[in-house]
Write a protein that binds this ligand. Structure first.
Ligand code: GLN
Length: 319
């Protein structure tokens, strides 16, 4: 018993990582090492275990640190996602506040942002090459106006505003918690004056966007796109803790996507673009759906693959 107390009293961050990793493993918690490392480095003031100085990991933990680690790891033992446990997460070069049940940004969505940035940068390159008259010939604004549909924590729109320092954006979500979280993250990143958040469901309230008709350069969305029948196969972290409305896209996963495409020609400028993250079955389904709707002024431009080799992103353009 005394030995046990001694071990406990002199427990270091490094011991603690192994200790909790083992407890997570024994309790069937997914990603046990990753979870333990993230929680403990968070308590010790680092982003990752590797970013901490050797000293921080080898000195005995304080009573407060042990208490905090205990509280946070107990949440993880209830299958609470590690991002909700530590209440923040990195997305590209931003650190975002994360709060349940708002959708936790995924790595694929970082790729969606890269795609938007690289396409817009390409257009800018062309424009630069025509010297002074570059903006006159341009269909694309120098400071594009963005509309994000289903903003969640604000990951996408805030990354775009972080890059385009003079752009403005409108971000909408049906969830009031998401809208509030996007607002808080915009404030943390000091871009709140360039962002208008709106609580709105595109399936029923898209008329509320008439104010920005014909003004938007780029619509971007990571909509709920899972097929309803796939929802039950999700891991408990997602199923029990995240907002289902951010994931469930209806029977064919296209409910919100169709609403976005129907809204797009109205709010977009001529030649404005839509960038979507979708299920790998969707690019073909979307192209077929559009073929039956020639009157919808929208052209399917390209499919892009994610890092896992899945067709994951669609680019469309107002025609
Ligand atoms: N890729 C997400 C997941 O598997 C789904 C995201 C979405 O529906 N927008 O959890």
């Amino acid at each position: 018993k005394n030995l046990c107390r001694l071990v406990h009293e002199t427990m270091t961050g490094a011991n603690c990582v192994t200790h909790w990793q083992r407890i997570f493993e024994q309790n069937g918690i997914s990603e046990p090492q990753y979870s333990s490392e993230h929680i403990i480095s968070h308590v010790l003031g680092g982003k990752t275990i590797h970013s901490l100085a050797e000293k921080a990991l080898t000195r005995p933990l304080t009573v407060e640190q042990k208490q905090m680690i205990w509280n946070l790891c107990s949440k993880r033992l209830q299958h609470v996602p590690v991002q909700y446990v530590i209440e923040e997460w990195d997305f590209r070069d931003l650190t975002l506040k994360i709060k349940p049940p708002v959708f936790i940004p995924r790595p694929e969505t970082e790729e969606l942002v890269s795609l938007v940035l690289s396409e817009l940068a390409e257009e800018e390159d062309v424009l630069f090459s025509v010297g002074k008259t570059r903006w006159q010939n341009s269909q694309q604004a120098a400071h594009p106006l963005f509309l994000e549909i289903g903003c969640g924590s604000g990951a996408i729109v805030l990354s775009l505003l972080h890059f385009f320092k003079q752009s403005r954006a409108v971000a909408v979500d049906k969830s009031p918690e998401a809208v509030e979280l996007t607002r808080q993250n915009a404030e943390r990143l000091c871009v709140q004056h360039r962002l208008q958040e709106l609580q709105l469901d595109v399936l029923s309230d898209s008329q509320k966007l008439t104010r920005i008709c014909g003004l938007v350069d780029v619509i971007v969305s990571n909509p709920p796109y899972l097929f309803h029948e796939d929802m039950s196969g999700l891991m408990p972290e997602i199923l029990k803790h995240e907002d289902h409305d951010a994931l469930d896209g209806g029977a064919d996963g296209l409910d919100v996507i169709k609403a976005v495409l129907q809204l797009a020609p109205t709010v977009l400028k001529d030649h404005g673009k839509v960038f979507l993250e979708v299920d790998p079955r969707h690019p073909e389904m979307i192209q077929n759906w559009l073929q039956e709707r020639a009157s919808l002024r929208l052209t399917y431009r390209a499919t892009h693959w994610d890092i896992c080799g899945k067709p994951r992103f669609c680019v469309l353009q107002r025609s």
